[in-house]
Design a protein around this ligand. Structure first.
Ligand SMILES: Cc1cc2nc3c(=O)[nH]c(=O)nc-3n(C[C@H](O)[C@H](O)[C@H](O)COP(=O)(O)OP(=O)(O)OC[C@H]3O[C@@H](n4cnc5c(N)ncnc54)[C@H](O)[C@@H]3O)c2cc1C
Length: 283
């Protein structure tokens, strides 16, 4: 959306906004201390090499934004992030669950504890060539990491949504089975959720209105994000406990919500979030 490349913006943005084109992204690997995927400039094109572990929607997407560290001619990693918009090869999912080509090996869809309904594929490139006019941006790695830290610090609204659903279901289970203590606990968790959500959204709004605060509040917002994830874990576990053995049926909402809460613990995880999340689980 912010790209200087008006050609690809004009080609795709309106279609994406209208829901006529599906977009996917692959950038989480950039936060890792050690890279396994690089992009090399070669004349008027770019060459992709290496493996991406998670690309949700790969076989369904019209376009995928792929970001990678730049690689120099001698294979050295440069302190620059190159972002490209590529059109993945079409896959007829009724016939195949793979992309199996000399320059791209992708799939099959991963068997997952959560997000099982998505098509999340591992994708590996070997000398895959992308035309230079697909360039979205290039920026110093330090700038990319700083900008990413600013946006990834906020609590994910999904964690509040899952927790709220679990708490509501817990109150219903308690009421339907004549367990007033369960209903009281659900009420306490609901009060905690409302207070925490207000703090998290206030912090996010304040950061988005003030670029300086956005940077200085990263640590505080990460702590709120970890607290929201922890509340989600407790709320969904409480629903499992309140539901008894029935919670273990794969048809039960309780086990599904607990798995979703576990997923959010690692989704978009930063090193600081990991530390804060584990701290919540220590005695
Ligand atoms: C089902 C599913 C779908 C996903 N879909 C997508 C997608 O479509 N697009 C996408 O970009 N990502 C996707 N992801 C990736 C997801 O956001 C990452 O799981 C998340 O960012 C955690 O990173 P990781 O799995 O690479 O873990 P790790 O490699 O362990 O890294 C997690 C964090 O820990 C830090 N870290 C790791 N090792 C060290 C170390 N030795 N020392 C210090 N810090 C360290 C890293 O800086 C990083 O921030 C998906 C993940 C899942 C599970």
């Amino acid at each position: 959306m912010n790209s200087q490349n008006s050609t690809i913006r004009d080609q795709w943005l309106a279609q994406m906004v209208a829901g006529r084109a599906i977009a996917a992204i692959a950038f989480a690997h950039l936060r890792r201390p050690k890279q396994r995927f690089w992009i090399r400039e070669d004349g008027d094109s770019f060459v992709l090499d290496g493996a991406l572990d998670w690309v949700t929607t790969w076989p369904l997407a019209s376009v995928v934004l792929i970001e990678g560290y730049a690689q120099g001619r001698d294979g050295e990693q440069r302190d620059e992030i190159i972002s490209l918009l590529i059109e993945p090869p079409k896959v007829d999912l009724t016939k195949s669950n793979l992309t199996d080509r000399e320059d791209i090996q992708a799939g099959p869809s991963l068997a997952l504890a959560a997000m099982g309904g998505t098509q999340t594929w591992p994708v590996a490139f070997r000398g895959f060539r992308v035309n230079g006019n697909q360039l979205v941006s290039r920026k110093p790695a330090s700038q990319w990491l700083r900008e990413n830290a600013v946006v990834s610090a906020d609590a994910n609204p999904a964690s509040f949504g899952i927790a709220r659903a679990a708490i509501n279901e817990m109150a219903s289970v308690g009421a339907a089975t004549g367990q007033p203590a369960v209903v009281d606990s659900a009420r306490e968790l609901a009060a905690e959720l409302v207070a925490l959500r207000e703090r998290a959204y206030q912090a996010a709004d304040a950061a988005s209105a003030d670029p300086e605060l956005a940077v200085t509040s990263i640590e505080d917002r990460t702590i709120l994000r970890a607290a929201a994830l922890n509340l989600n874990l407790r709320a969904t576990s409480a629903l499992v406990a309140a539901s008894g053995g029935a919670a273990m049926m794969l048809s039960s909402n309780a086990q599904r919500r607990a798995r979703e809460a576990l997923f959010l613990l690692v989704q978009g995880q930063t090193a600081d979030l990991r530390t804060a999340s584990i701290a919540h689980l220590m005695p």
